[in-house]
Design a protein around this ligand. Structure first.
Ligand code: ADE
Length: 646
């Protein structure tokens, strides 16, 4: 009532000020194309989004706008209404009066985005390349842009000697004249890969500026400060990165040096023979061990854990003509946007005798492009690689099936919720599951790598036991990163504004349920994740035999099959300040008592009072380092386990 009266008085005041004559102003609102990120296609200098949705803009000052970018050969456009007084993807658009949407280039947080705004209904239905680009396209000879091998990351048999040839033969015309051909060779846990791309010399590649931009050959040089073997090179002749050369130190004078060289090579050869044979034995033994442990799904990896920049993308999209030979087996999970299948990758990546490898394939219909793209972008960030985060292999655009795929490691024990429904865990198993979960979250949230190199923090925003997988060694890994958010400077105000309430109501922190999360403070997103993590730690603890009688598995706040809505969760979590029960019996075991107090500190109503994941990890490490023993591969099922862990 009060609000209504206030509004009325403003109206009266307005009428008085306008000389009491009633004037009706018709404020016009633009109509603009308004689609999320969509694939786009170019005709001449115009680029059209694959989208036909127009919207009347909510504010009279709004103009039409578009954002354009290209990654791994895919051109994407996002169209929207936009208030030009505010930045768009951190860019203040000065010229929006034109009737055409003329793209300008901006480098925002490591990405080369192009943005534009225009005035007039649906003027963003297509975009135009900027004048400069137009001129470049029309007047500069085409060959000024380099022709380079562009195969992203492929497995390689090279061994850090001689000439390493790229095994794929995809050649691309680089996007801009500033780009040179680049090659990188890496070896991690015995697996070698070669990466070939075009790259703009103005920006770092894996955190390093390219130095050999005038060379006509690609001579690999070791990159220091990474945890694995990593070599890079760049060159400036067409297709010069098809051959990557390991630099053998030149011989000064062949005649005089030869005998000396031969003699000095003998010990080296002996060492090499010893190394090769021990490496071979190590590989054979490791293979056997992996097979015994049933860890087949762990052995392929996206081995690029070395970068230090926010733009460090593995960018490993499989081009359509080189799709992996994958045969889908059975459906193992169904989510909001996609289905997950167990599948056979029909290629022995590790040892010659293997006919296939088991992988998981997450399949998104074409309509869910934005979800696939977000998860792919999160996964392809090489900084993400961690034992407690699902290992990602590659993404594919399966054009004929009109599907997008994400291919990852497969974990036969399935998700943590199903696992806890069927198994009781011992104190040691609780420690393994709990510590690994906390480590995964701490890595995700962290702003630096173990090596100290900077990393973009990521928040999961949908942590729950069904989004966590149990590995064969009874450690956890986080999956389903479709709602995750990279907390870097490229977050637009719109992205931030839309990030207030996402996730699953049962696991939402009080401030998320109320949509009162502090969007200005990136820590607040992490605090909401910590709350959800506490509920998962409670779920694991509630199934631990160390606490005495173990009840049937129940998720936090109620029954398994029910899906509480936001309003009913608000009643429980905010109005009644309820949290899952911590029975008195939990304080009879020193370890469980410690875990319970960490849980309580993590689900505090006040987000600021919660522990950080890093702090929980350090506490857990202290208490559990003595406990975590090698785990047998078969945990007890709820039917056959006893209370023998006190
Ligand atoms: N369910 C969802 N993702 C999975 C994976 N990678 N392995 C096993 N089960 C899954």
């Amino acid at each position: 009532m009060e609000r209504f009266c206030g509004f009325g008085s403003v109206l009266v005041a307005c009428c008085l000020m306008s000389g009491a004559s009633v004037m009706v102003h018709t404020v016009s609102h633009s109509t603009c194309k308004s689609c999320g990120p969509r694939p786009a296609s170019s005709i001449g200098h115009k680029c059209y989004p694959d989208c036909n949705v127009s919207k009347v803009c909510p504010n009279p000052e709004d103009v039409c706008a578009a954002v354009w970018w290209r990654e791994a050969g895919i051109v994407t456009m996002e169209t929207m209404c936009h208030n030009p007084a505010r930045p768009l993807y951190s860019v203040m658009l000065k010229d929006y009066s034109s009737a055409e949407c003329l793209l300008i280039s901006k480098h925002v947080a490591g990405r080369n985005l192009r943005v534009c705004a225009c005035t007039g209904d649906d003027c963003n239905k297509h975009v135009l390349l900027s004048k400069l680009s137009d001129q470049e396209e029309l007047t500069r000879p085409f060959k000024l842009r380099k022709l380079c091998r562009f195969c992203d990351i492929e497995y390689s048999t090279c061994n850090a000697t001689g000439v390493c040839e790229s095994t794929c033969n995809i050649t691309s015309i680089c996007e801009s004249p500033n780009e040179v051909c680049v090659g990188a060779w890496k070896r991690n846990e015995g697996i070698s890969s070669v990466e070939t791309v075009c790259h703009d010399v103005a920006f770092p590649f894996y955190g390093q500026y390219l130095t050999d931009n005038n060379s006509s050959t690609c001579v690999l040089k070791p990159v220091k400060g990474t945890e694995e073997e990593f070599y890079m090179c760049s060159c400036n002749a067409d297709e010069c990165n098809a051959k990557l050369i390991f630099n053998v130190p030149p011989l000064k004078d062949k005649r005089t040096c030869l005998p000396v060289l031969l003699v000095s090579l003998v010990p080296l050869l002996v060492v090499i023979v010893l190394l090769v044979s021990s490496f071979y034995i190590y590989r054979v033994l490791r293979q056997q061990k992996l097979k015994i442990k049933g860890m087949e799904s762990e052995i392929f990896i996206n081995d690029d854990d070395h970068s230090d920049s926010s733009s460090a993308k593995a960018n490993n999209l499989n081009h359509n003509n080189e799709l992996l030979p994958i045969q889908l087996d059975s459906l193992v999970g169904k989510g909001r946007f996609a289905e997950v299948y167990r599948a056979k990758l029909k290629q022995g990546l590790m040892s010659a005798g293997e006919a296939f490898q088991t992988v998981a394939v997450k399949i998104f219909p074409y309509e869910e492009y934005a979800s696939w793209k977000n998860e792919w972008e999160i996964f392809s960030d090489s900084e993400l690689r961690h034992d407690n985060i699902l290992h990602f292999l590659t993404a594919e655009d399966r054009k004929t099936e009109r599907q997008y795929w994400l291919i990852t490691a497969y974990h036969e024990r399935g998700n943590l919720q199903d696992f806890l429904s069927k198994h009781i865990v011992s104190w040691e198993e609780l420690c393994r599951l709990g510590v690994s979960l906390v480590r995964g979250v701490a890595h995700l949230h962290s702003d630096q790598m173990v090596s100290g190199q900077p990393k973009v923090p990521i928040v999961h925003r949908d942590l729950k036991s069904s989004n966590i997988l149990v590995k064969t060694d009874l450690t956890c890994c986080l999956c389903d990163l479709g709602l995750s958010l990279r907390l870097d400077n490229s977050l637009s105000p719109d992205e931030l504004a839309n990030s207030g309430q996402v996730g699953t109501a049962r696991y939402m922190a009080p401030e998320v349920l109320e949509s009162r999360i502090d969007l200005e403070n990136i820590e607040s997103f992490k605090q909401a994740d910590v709350y959800s993590m506490a509920l998962v730690l409670w779920e694991i603890t509630s199934r631990c035999s160390a606490i005495g009688d173990v009840r049937e598995y129940e998720p936090p706040f109620g029954k398994l099959r029910e899906h509480p809505c936001v309003e009913s969760m608000k009643d429980d979590v905010i109005r009644d300040r309820l949290r899952p029960e911590i029975p008195a019996s939990w304080s009879q075991h020193t370890g469980i008592q410690f875990v319970s107090s960490a849980i309580e500190e993590c689900w505090d109503h006040d987000p600021e009072a919660r522990l950080t994941a890093h702090c929980v990890m350090e506490r857990f490490d202290d208490i559990t380092s003595a406990v975590i023993l090698p785990i047998s591969s078969e945990p007890k099922s709820s039917e056959d386990s006893g209370n023998d862990d006190k």
